[in-house]
Write a protein that binds this ligand. Structure first.
Ligand code: OTU
Length: 614
């Protein structure tokens, strides 16, 4: 054990080093200088532990003694781009009172580290892990922001883009300049025929704008693996130097006060010929090794997997596969999100019910990240297993849903847009802000506005009540719509996802206490859900959940524990629910403050949060 770890972290080293070394041996044990490399890595980890500020060490100690801290029903996330929400990191700090007013305890800021000049995928092409993007502020600003947030009871979550770096990152530049040591940081090939063998099994993330998974770098004179945009070069984790560099970069950011890391594109980290190069076993060893390092050096920190794959594959990111090992603390439940939108579009909840049934119970101290919208498109492929359960193909089952939400169907209330649509009958990704997708932008009268509002609160009820850490996407709480501004037209043209990345609307913000305005109504509605949730221990992440069978396909009745039920009507029609189906007795309607005990009437798109009274 390195000397620096003996102070404070000695016990944690005893507990977690075995698994760390085990995983690293599985990954890199074959290389001749492995022991030396491991010694160096531990030495670096020791140094970073020695550098960890006292206030963060206190936080570590607190969380080690309370590992379920992020599973409580008081936890509430908010997600925003720094420039769009506050202009700069300092501007974000100025929004802290607003976040507190809303009840936020967790703030995910989309990429704010130094990004590639020119196109940079909204910052997902990182040029330095140790500098803040100069437009947004400095490292000093980041440190003060994390301190201010912590003071306000808010944990900062930052993206950790670990699958790739920008082509102007110093490693990529050194590779292009011909330094062999850095060339090995990437997957490069001299022959096009080598790529073709891989391509046979690979998917495409952006088939329209960035087809294929490789680009030719004239500087390098070789082909480079680039899963996403051509300027995002995939890192080569077969090279232990890459693991060591990235682990140290993460721990340095943790020492600046970042409390949660969103592990971007986690499934892509390991490539294996003849496979789709997703979710390979080595990906899990890498993440388990990172987790063990964090347990030793900075145990207050959380890892969140961004794995946009079917729910059975996502659950593996918690370390649930045999033998079970700690991996990520949190993971996005993207199937739940997509199935909620499908239920809205189809007015039936069978996919949603199947997703809930397919959601495994998580280990203690792990939790889902539940959400309804984010900065990306809605990806329908994650629902493949549920969509195919009736013998249909994904396109057959969800093509109509994607067209409905894109607003290409006349009768649709939604005003989204298609992303990466290749053929007319295939399912494509869906862009658009939640408010546009639930019907606010198309609403022509009071009834349609009311229905849009109900649909938004219905979907947020799923995210708030499912059991997990819910995340509000910036602007949803004010029913902010799509960004159709002239100023962003060229961004949208190049990448349609900019439709859901608007500048925070100050006018809506100013109207939030105005009960007759749309933003005021929605803000009050969302706040009511948040308040109700805070007071309901049945809504904590680790309370059991079950779908109560209901004959009507438009209904979803979700029970949490024995004393809490959420009854949801995903249709344009009035529905009746007999309380006998979830056990009879008296129930308090928490949102409406009335007691019900026989038939419950659910207006179109309405939800009831019911607490057992007798
Ligand atoms: C992530 O996304 C980010 O959320 C995107 O904003 C980035 O463009 C991308 O990584 C590259 O850094 O594949 O499993 O629309 O869901 O790109 C992770 C598809 C990903 C996204 C996908 C995604």
């Amino acid at each position: 054990m390195p000397e620096a770890l003996r102070v404070d972290a000695g016990l944690r080293y005893e507990t977690h080093s075995e698994r760390l070394i085990d995983r690293l041996t599985q990954l890199y044990g074959d290389m001749p200088e492995f022991d030396y490399w491991l010694g160096e890595l531990l030495h670096i980890a020791g140094g970073l532990h020695a550098d960890r500020p006292a206030v963060l060490r206190r936080l570590d100690a607190q969380r080690v003694s309370d590992p379920g801290w992020f599973s409580r029903q008081q936890m509430l996330g908010y997600c925003a781009y720094v420039d769009r929400f506050g202009g700069t990191l300092r501007g974000v700090a100025a929004r802290v009172p607003y976040l507190r007013e809303l009840g936020v305890t967790y703030l995910h800021l989309l990429p704010f580290l130094k990004m590639r000049d020119g196109d940079n995928d909204g910052g997902f092409a990182v040029s330095s892990f140790d500098q803040v993007e100069p437009r947004l502020g400095s490292m000093g600003d980041l440190v003060s922001l994390t301190a201010q947030l912590r003071e306000a009871g808010i944990s900062l979550c930052a993206d950790f883009v670990l699958n790739h770096v920008a082509d102007d990152h110093p490693w990529a530049q050194a590779a292009a300049a011909g330094v062999p040591q850095y060339r090995d940081y990437f997957h490069t090939f001299s022959e096009q025929s080598e790529l073709e063998v891989y391509e046979r099994h690979l998917g495409e993330v952006f088939p329209e704008v960035a087809p294929g998974n490789f680009i030719f770098s004239p500087a390098l004179g070789r082909w480079v693996w680039a899963t996403f945009y051509p300027y995002q070069w995939d890192l080569n984790y077969q090279n232990p130097a890459v693991f060591a560099e990235m682990a140290a970069a993460l721990l340095r950011l943790a020492n600046r006060g970042v409390e949660v890391f969103r592990l971007d594109s986690a499934p892509f980290l390991w490539k294996r010929l003849g496979t789709n190069c997703l979710n390979q076993p080595e990906v899990h060893w890498i993440l388990q090794a990172l987790r063990a390092l964090i347990e030793i050096v900075a145990p207050g920190v959380l890892l969140k997997a961004e794995a946009i794959v079917p729910v059975s594959e996502v659950s593996v990111y918690f370390g649930t596969r045999d033998p079970a090992h700690d991996e990520c603390h949190l993971a996005y439940h993207s199937s739940l999100m997509a199935a909620s939108w499908a239920a809205l579009a189809e007015q039936r909840t069978d996919l949603l019910r199947r997703v809930i049934a397919a959601t495994p119970t998580l280990p203690e101290s792990a939790s889902w990240l539940t959400y309804i919208r984010c900065h990306d498109d809605i990806v329908w492929g994650t629902l493949r297993p549920e969509a195919q359960a009736d013998g249909l193909t994904l396109d057959q089952r969800l093509g109509a849903v994607s067209r409905f939400l894109a607003g290409t169907v006349d009768s649709s209330f939604a005003a989204g847009s298609a992303f990466q649509a290749l053929t007319a009958d295939a399912v494509f990704g869906t862009n658009g802000m939640a408010a546009a997708l639930v019907g606010f932008s198309r609403a022509r009268n009071e009834r349609e506005r009311t229905y849009a509002e109900r649909r938004l609160l219905l979907l947020y009820s799923v995210a708030f009540c499912f059991g997990g850490l819910p995340l509000i996407y910036m602007g949803d709480e004010l029913a902010q719509g799509n960004d159709e501004s002239e100023a962003n037209a060229s961004l949208r043209q190049a990448d349609g996802r900019w439709l859901q990345r608007p500048v925070f609307d100050e006018q809506r913000l100013a109207l939030r206490h105005e009960p007759r305005s749309v933003p005021g109504r929605v803000f009050a509605g969302v706040r009511r859900l948040i308040e109700c949730r805070r007071n309901q221990s049945a809504l904590a992440a680790n309370v059991s959940r079950r779908v109560v069978p209901a004959l009507d396909p438009a209904l979803l009745i979700l029970a949490r524990g024995e004393r809490f039920v959420i009854a949801m009507n995903f249709s344009n029609d009035v529905k009746q629910v007999d309380v006998a189906i979830f056990g009879g007795g008296d129930w308090l309607d928490c949102l409406g403050n009335t007691v019900v005990n026989k038939m419950i009437k659910l207006e179109p798109w309405c939800v009831r949060w019911l607490e057992r009274r007798s």
